[in-house]
Design a protein around this ligand. Sequence first.
Ligand code: T3D
Length: 256
Amino acid sequence: MAEVMVEREGAVLRITLNRPEVLNAFNRAVHAGLAAGLDEARSPDVRAVVITGAGRGFCVGQDLTEFRDAPGDIRDTLEQTYHPNVRAIRALEKPVIAAINGPAAGAGLSLACACDIRIAAESATFVPAFIGIGLVPDSGGTFFLNRLLGFARAFAWMTANRRLSAREAEDWGLVSEVVEDERLPQRAAQLAATYAALPTRAVGMTKRLFEHATTATLEEQLRLEAELQSAATRTEDFAEGVAAFLERRPARFGGR
Ligand code: T3D
C-alpha cells in the first residue's frame, strides 16, 4: 500500500498520508508521495485540495526511528524533503484544507498550519513535540504559528509543549471548525466541494494577496491588488459572475 494516497473526486484532490501504524510520521516515501500529490494539484482540473491522515493520526512529524543514528546535517534534509512541500502548498493558487483527524505533532503540526483552512475531528490533538526532543520548530512552524496565534501565545505553547485539544484549538482560532470524529471525512469533502465550485482563479489570487500582505507596505499591496484585479476581470468566471447577477440566477463557475 502506498505511503500516500492521492484520489480525485470531481475537482477535489484528496491526499491521505498513509502510515497509520506510526500515526503517519514522515519518512522519505511520505515526503515524495506528498510532493507527487501537490504536483498533481496544480492541474487546472483540480480546484480544491484536502490533506488528511489514515487511521487515528493526522501526522506526527519526523519518523523518530530514523534518528536512532546521528542524523547528520539536518539542514540539507529539511531543504530536500520538508521545505519543497511547504512551499508547494503556499504557492498553490487553490485552497488547501487540512482535515485533522487525530494527533498533529511536530512537523505534522507545521504541515497543518501551512494549509489555508484547518478543520478537526473532536478527538484530534495538537502537539508541539519539537522541544520535547530538544529541537526547534521547523517546516515553517514558527512562521505560521506566529501569524496564526501571535508571538506570545505561539512561543508559550511551543515551549510548554502542551497537548492542545481540538476545542482549545478552535478557541484559539487555530482551526475553524470541529466536528464529530465520524463526520470529518464527509465534512471535509463537503467543504472542499464548496471551494471547488467557487471562481478558482479569484480564490487563488486572494490567497496570493493575503500572503503578500504580511510583509508589504500599503502602497505595494494596493499595486498588487490592482494588478490581480485586472487579471480577475479577464477571467471567464468574472464574466459568468456578472452575467448570473444580471440574469438573477446562480453563477456556474468553471474555474477559468
Ligand atoms: O530533518 C529532520 O528530519 C528533522 C525534522 C524534524 C521534524 C519533527 O517533526 S520533530 C518532532 C517529531 N515528532 C514527535 O516528537 C512526536 C512523537 N510522538 C508523540 O509524542 C506521540 O506519539 C503523540 C503525542 C503525538 C501521540 O500520542 P499517542 O499516545 O496518541 O500515540 P502513541 O502511542 O505515542 O503512538 C502510536 C504509535 O506511533 C507508537 O508505535 P507503537 O508503540 O504502537 O508501535 C509510536 O511509537 C508511533 N509514533 C508516534 N510518533 C512517532 C512514532 N513513530 C515514529 N516517529 C514518530 N514521530
